[in-house]
Design a protein around this ligand. Sequence first.
Ligand SMILES: Nc1ncnc2c1ncn2[C@@H]1O[C@H](COP(=O)(O)OP(=O)(O)O)[C@@H](O)[C@H]1O
Ligand SMILES: [Mg+2]
Length: 326
Amino acid sequence: MALLEVRELGVAFSGHRRGARETVAVDGVSFDVEPGQVVGLVGESGCGKSVTALAVMGLLPRRGVRVSGRAVFDGTDLLALPEPEMRDRRGCDLSMVFQDPLSALNPVVPIGIQVTEVLRRHRSMSAGAAREEAVALLNRVGIPDPARRLREYPHQLSGGMRQRALIAIALACRPRLLIADEPTTALDVTIQAQILALLAELVADTETALIMITHDLGVVAGLCDQVNVLYGGRVVERSERRELFATPRHPYTHGLLGSIPRLDAAPGGRLDAIKGSVADNLPWAHACAFAPRCERVLDSCREVTPPVERGGEDRLLRCHNPVPAS
Ligand SMILES: Nc1ncnc2c1ncn2[C@@H]1O[C@H](COP(=O)(O)OP(=O)(O)O)[C@@H](O)[C@H]1O
Ligand SMILES: [Mg+2]
């Protein structure tokens, strides 16, 4: 059985002004996460990745937001849980690492207290045991001289060290599911690679499942077992990672892959950007949202919503005119 089953998740923001139109941020998103599996959610900025994660974590504001569908974690629908019960699960069964470690850490509380707080609350440790475990955790995520670092404030750490500290906090309660939302976007390239390697190692060692959220297919390449490509709040393609890179079928996935630099490309070759922006979307209700930007667009794409089709056991595709398989 899947650890997390997201089914037909929908999130709409209502405007605060009266009569303002709703913004549909996520629209019928379904995916599974098996224990220990690494699942990618990939797509350009604004396609609904963070909103999906926040909905699953119960972190969306209650007012002005309409959430539908189910997110069944180990048999319990998280979307139906009252807030106090959800709070117990957050930072315990499920935890999250955000893009910007500086704003996710409390600036006026030393790192050590932020780690031991989780240990004392969720693992009921004594002060002494929590301190010992905090040192071990910082050590585990590659923070040198952890005993000294525990006394420091977030601003005293570099960006990479802050992200490591945040990962330590997220792992403190031994979650069964970790959601990482663009965890390396704010970091230098070399530090990015280190953090990704660390995440890969931690999930492999601890059997924690990971949802990896990124706009960068390059990040997904080394880490994910399965990849969901999102466009305009919907999954447009899902595939096992190797298959996705070998034979991307959706023109959007194809375009994303074409815009990654490759070491084996001819020197001086150009990267193919996908033309247009997410703002050019058509409504999913009676079209393919990607049609205005698509190089394979047909008349039907502007008139009929493409249905989700299965192309093999773990493969989904939502497209009227996919890229041929070979
Ligand atoms: N609090 C909010 N109120 C209104 N619209 C929002 C809010 N948060 C996100 N959105 C909208 O939801 C869509 C998806 O956003 P998001 O999930 O943050 O995208 P991503 O993480 O993929 O970049 C965007 O169009 C965004 O403008
Ligand atoms: Mg985001």
